[in-house]
Ligand binder design. Structure first.
Ligand code: OSB
Ligand code: MG
Length: 374
């Protein structure tokens, strides 16, 4: 495939409820929509990361800059670079490999190539990746709240909506008592897990061990993103299974984390690992080691959600992901809304490519900036 132009738009979507983690609060999501013009047709994808470099180093304005200056030019056929001949989904990562970091931006371009490629072939992204299920279980990531009664109301609302798993964001001072209150409120049968976004240190091990009697599915990323060794040490001090998010940036780091005993479960987020193909490699490594995985989220619009659903249909995704209905995030999305079915599951798109396209009028209405790289 030859890439003729890369259209980029920055859009802002107000969140229906503020999203507060141990690192920051967000009331609206700003992300970039990528529209690739190729000789076989159009490909769509999104680049979604936080406005500030708090979840990890990538932040939206930095990803825009690296897309415009470095990544898009490297993929364009007309610039005489490595992409002059042909781009395939697998060659995107190879072409961009000499550029360090900025996996969020790399993931967006690869996803857009995958969309154009599979759309042209008349295949769904899920079939292309090797998906095996038509629907996937859903979970919801619940923001930190100052009030436990309010949090319990929020959780009740999500359970009524059909979510099969609750993930509570925690931080020092809002952790054990919060998780205990939720566990007591929802009873022993609902899947419950917590996400610290790296807010603790190994010295907190005895404190975190107090989560052990709450029958949590997992604790996500308790310690620093770059310390597998300390996660392995923590794993020997608490019974709650450790799941890594921020620490897993590639199949190589996933293999390292598993082999040193730093995690028993992995959150796979395509934007964090440089794309859907690396995400699949992590899935394969984890599956080979009997490590369950689930699909994380970046408060994506419908474009990213559709692609995440395709990924989550792979066989090793045995735990519910942070894949929630559009209405949990946005009053107005750029694609058709995604909803839960009567069993609290979500259908994997079956149409060609990622299976959805943005609505042009909505996209125009939420666009705050645009450019074309040719
Ligand atoms: O740590 O998983 C995280 C959102 C943005 C950045 C990091 C994280 C999250 C979420 C929300 O937890 C997941 C979602 O519902 O998209
Ligand atoms: Mg997380």
């Amino acid at each position: 495939m030859k890439i003729e132009a890369v259209h980029l738009r920055r859009i802002t979507l107000p969140l229906v409820t503020p999203f507060r983690t141990s690192q920051h609060v967000e009331t609206e999501r700003t992300l970039v929509v990528v529209e690739l013009v190729t000789d076989v047709g159009t490909g769509w994808a999104e680049c979604s990361t936080d406005d500030e470099p708090v979840y990890w180093a990538d932040y939206l304005e930095a990803e825009i800059d690296v897309l415009v200056r470095h990544f898009a030019p490297a993929l364009l056929a007309g610039t005489g670079g490595p992409a002059a001949q042909a781009v395939t989904p697998a060659s995107v990562a190879e072409i961009l490999q000499r550029f360090k970091g900025h996996r969020t931006a790399k993931s967006a371009l690869e996803a857009a190539v995958l969309d154009a490629w599979t759309r042209a072939a008349g295949t769904s992204l899920a079939d292309h990746l090797g998906g095996v299920r038509a629907t996937v279980p859903t979970g919801v990531s619940v923001a930190i709240s100052d009030s436990i009664p309010e949090l319990l109301d929020t959780v009740d609302g999500y359970l009524e909506a059909g979510y099969g798993r609750i993930k509570l964001k925690i931080e020092p001072g809002r952790d054990i008592a919060v998780a205990r209150a939720v566990r007591e409120h929802i009873g022993p049968d609902v899947l419950l897990q917590v996400d610290a976004n790296a807010a603790y240190s190994l010295g907190d091990a005895a404190h975190l061990a107090k989560l052990d009697d709450l029958d949590l599915l997992l604790i996500e990323q308790p310690l620093a993103w770059d310390d597998l060794h300390q996660h392995a040490a923590l794993a020997r001090l608490i019974r709650t299974p450790i799941c890594l998010d921020e620490s897993i940036t590639s199949a190589r780091s996933a293999a390292a984390a598993i082999s040193v005993g730093a995690c028993r479960i992995i959150n796979i987020k395509p934007a964090r690992v440089g794309g859907y193909l690396e995400a699949r490699r992590i899935h394969d490594v984890a599956q080979a080691h009997g490590v369950p995985v689930w699909c994380g989220g970046m408060l994506e619009s419908g474009l990213g959600r559709a692609a995440n659903l395709a990924l989550a249909s792979l066989p090793g995704f045995t735990l519910p992901g942070d894949i929630s209905a559009t209405s949990r995030y946005y009053a107005q999305d750029i694609t058709e809304p995604f909803e839960l079915d009567a069993d609290g599951r979500m259908a994997v798109p079956t149409g060609p490519g990622v299976g959805v396209e943005p609505d042009g009028a909505v996209l125009d209405a939420v666009t705050t900036w645009r450019t074309t790289v040719t």
